[in-house]
Design a protein around this ligand. Structure first.
Ligand code: MN
Length: 720
């Protein structure tokens, strides 16, 4: 087990530790030992060994003091009675924030579907972490858990190894911490595919024995060449990691024996110029393999990696890869994002976190940075994360843009889920469909067979998928509605002249007329009539001699009379008798009440909209699309109305007014009273009435209330 002293020494090698720092480490160590007391790991070791090892790894990663301390404390909130508040009091807000971050990541609901959603999970971890150090601590935590994975039962081993392979190893890779990435890959590989791992590892071991002397010989040749070229550099030779070799075998379909470049040599120089000189030195010794030279110095990799790579034919005819880079480039290659740390007396400076965070973003997105300023601007915009990650109840991860709602989510899951969604539960609580989702939310959509998209959804959905799907549903619905309306108009028009439209259609009596009018079938005709593009009379004229045409009692465009029967209570679900599927809605502009003269208007996608006859909006509309409608005298619908009352601002007014409503048997759905500065109050009452008479009566009785100055009906308002 690593001791606290080892950690302190390790940190001291790259940070100057003050007495206060050392005290803080001791304090964290003592606290961790206290709260973890009595706990053991599956290995049988005391639990404390884990936070110590994690801290040690963080020191190897050359992280800052707060990270090292957090390493010691990282499991306290998750696994003991310790609280974030307590950590905050004892160790300060920065460390409490880091511990909390690591705890949050541990609590993310991982599923077995990780492989498919790995990229989303990696982003989720970053979005959850907020600070890059949280991710690095989590990586150290995972690395130690992987090193001790053999003590866990088989199934746990496999699932943790899979998660590590799919999520954490690539994360370390992207953060540019190669040694951590390689070790995580090898450990995962070892537990996921033990036979292959053991086979390869022993083959590599053999090759190492065989080639040990050979590697030294090559190093000597390189050193000799460098001296000849007067280049000061350090040369190392190493075998590639097991999984790296396996990956190569897989991707190039090779046997181990045919993988030549299992050894990589590295030349670390003191200057950029020497990198290219060293390349020349190497190429003067051995022939390069054409097409294998890569200049990652001139064109760095997305994660900041810089190096010259070349493959040469070695003294035994074997291929050898040689990497050449400066010491600074080497730091980046080994420590990745951690090498960008900005230290100031051992501490992050105030900009540190920001810079690291932005570096992180750029590393993660693999962006080629062409113009750094432009990039920084983009980063600033993205700093507040532009995506949210939410879960299905099954634990599937769904990535959505910021501001996404349950409807966006529903459409992201499946079009039918979107089309039929009625309610949404977020983290078990019922929320409005327009609710904005947040990262980590679990979203459950309740669907219902008789629900359908609502035009209002377009006001709050943010994904183009949801918008497209809703619009396409509405367009479809518009066609269906128009077709039904068109059909009813045709039938009635013919009936008016003593003809049976459907029978004639069946007999083929309309065929020639339809084709003359260039309609492929009756459906096209219905649509044209329904949309108001043509009139049923055009068709009628072709099948009925003009002298047989009965003079219509009404104007051409107003012949159709549809009596509506209210069979449903909700607006939009109202049906017209005889035309079962025609949607009716009442216009918001004039909000007609039974007792008022009304006119129907065929609206695209909305069936028929009912306006008051004197509604100014009707003046603008195409006459051909008007339909005469009447209230059904047998049925009293419940219609909303809004009344605005101006009255004296004094106690008791509200109760006097509301009692007028209740004595008229009218329900108030909403009431609001505002005082104005002129001793006057304005009350707004949303009520439900069955007709105009009932409304007028109650308005009259309110007018008689002492102190009431005016009572008016409001026609147009924003309804929710
Ligand atoms: Mn841990």
């Amino acid at each position: 087990m690593i001791r606290l002293n080892d950690i302190t020494e390790r940190v001291n090698s790259y940070l100057y530790l003050t007495d206060t720092d050392i005290e803080l480490l001791k304090k964290a160590y003592v606290y961790s030992a206290k709260v973890h007391a009595g706990q053991t790991r599956s290995s049988g070791e005391s639990y404390l060994s884990h936070p110590l090892e994690v801290s040690g790894i963080l020191a190897e990663m050359k992280l800052d003091m707060s990270s090292i301390v957090t390493g010691l404390l990282h499991d306290t909130v998750e696994d003991t009675l310790a609280t974030t508040e307590e950590i905050d009091t004892l160790f300060g807000s920065e460390i409490a924030f880091l511990v909390e971050g690591v705890t949050k990541i541990s609590q993310l609901p991982y599923t077995t579907k990780i492989e498919r959603q790995a990229e989303g999970f990696r982003k989720l971890i970053l979005a959850t972490a907020k600070d890059i150090r949280v991710v690095l601590i989590k990586l150290a935590d995972r690395l130690h858990n992987m090193r001790t994975l053999e003590y866990l039962p088989e199934t746990r081993r496999k699932s943790i190894a899979k998660e590590t392979f799919d999520i954490y190893a690539p994360l370390a890779q992207r953060l540019g911490i190669n040694w951590v990435a390689n070790e995580l890959e090898d450990l995962s590989f070892r537990f996921l595919n033990p036979e292959e791992y053991v086979r390869l590892a022993s083959l590599i071991e053999e090759r190492k024995k065989e080639w040990g002397a050979h590697v030294d010989e090559i190093k000597n040749i390189i050193n000799g060449k460098l001296e000849e070229f007067d280049i000061n550099a350090e040369v190392t030779g190493r075998f590639k990691h097991v999984y790296g070799i396996y990956r190569k075998m897989q991707s190039q379909n090779l046997e181990f024996e045919s993988v030549y470049d299992v050894i990589a040599f590295r030349i670390v120089t003191n200057s950029l110029r020497e990198c290219y000189e060293a390349l020349g030195a190497v190429h003067s010794a051995w022939k390069p393999v054409p097409g294998r030279f890569k200049d990652y110095i001139a064109l760095p990799k997305g994660n900041g990696y810089q190096s010259l790579h070349t493959t040469v034919i070695g003294p035994l005819g074997e291929r050898m890869e040689i990497q050449i880079r400066t010491r600074a480039m080497h730091e980046v290659a080994e420590y990745g994002v951690a090498s960008h740390w900005k230290y100031k007396e051992g501490k992050l400076d105030s900009h540190g976190t920001y810079e690291i965070y932005s570096t992180l973003r750029q590393l993660l997105e693999w962006k080629d940075i062409k113009d750094p300023t432009e990039y920084m601007e983009a980063i600033k915009g993205e700093l507040i994360s532009d995506v949210v990650y939410v879960f299905t109840p099954q634990g599937d991860l769904v990535e959505l843009p910021t501001g996404a709602t349950p409807v966006d989510f529903a459409y992201a899951v499946h079009t039918e889920v979107g089309n039929k969604c009625t309610r949404a539960n977020v983290n078990g609580k019922l929320v409005p469909l327009s609710h904005q989702l947040r990262t980590g939310d679990t979203v459950e959509i309740v669907t219902s067979g008789d629900k359908h998209p609502n035009r209002d959804w377009l006001k709050f959905v943010v994904t183009s998928r949801a918008k497209t799907k809703i619009r396409s549903w509405l367009r479809n619905e518009e066609r269906t509605q128009s077709e039904i309306v068109g059909k009813s108009i045709c039938e009635r028009k013919f009936k008016q002249h003593g003809l049976d439209f459907q029978a004639m259609l069946k007999n083929g009596e309309l065929d020639s007329a339809l084709s003359e009018l260039k309609y492929k079938d009756e459906k096209e005709l219905y649509l044209a009539v329904g949309f108001g593009k043509t009139s049923a009379t055009d068709l009628l004229k072709r099948v009925l001699p003009t002298d047989k045409m009965r003079p219509g009692p009404e104007k051409e465009s107003r012949i159709e009379k549809i009596i509506q029967t209210i069979t449903g209570s909700s607006e939009g679900g109202v049906l017209i008798s005889g035309y079962n599927d025609v949607m009716i809605r009442f216009a918001n502009c004039c909000s007609p009440l039974p007792g008022e003269q009304i006119t129907g208007y065929i609206t695209r996608g909305k069936g028929i909209t009912i306006h008051k006859n004197d509604c100014p909006r009707l003046l603008d509309v195409d006459d051909a699309r008007r339909i005469d409608v009447e209230w059904d005298s047998n049925f009293k619908p419940q219609r909303p109305a809004r009344i605005v009352v101006m009255c004296a601002d004094r106690p008791g007014m509200l109760s006097n007014i509301t009692s007028s409503f209740s004595s008229s048997d009218i329900n108030i759905s909403k009431a609001e009273i505002h005082s104005t500065d002129m001793d006057t109050a304005i009350g707004t009452f949303d009520v439900v009435v069955s007709d105009l008479e009932q409304l007028e009566n109650v308005m009259k009785s309110i007018k008689q209330v002492d102190g009431v100055r005016s009572v008016e009906r409001m026609l147009e308002w924003e309804r929710v």
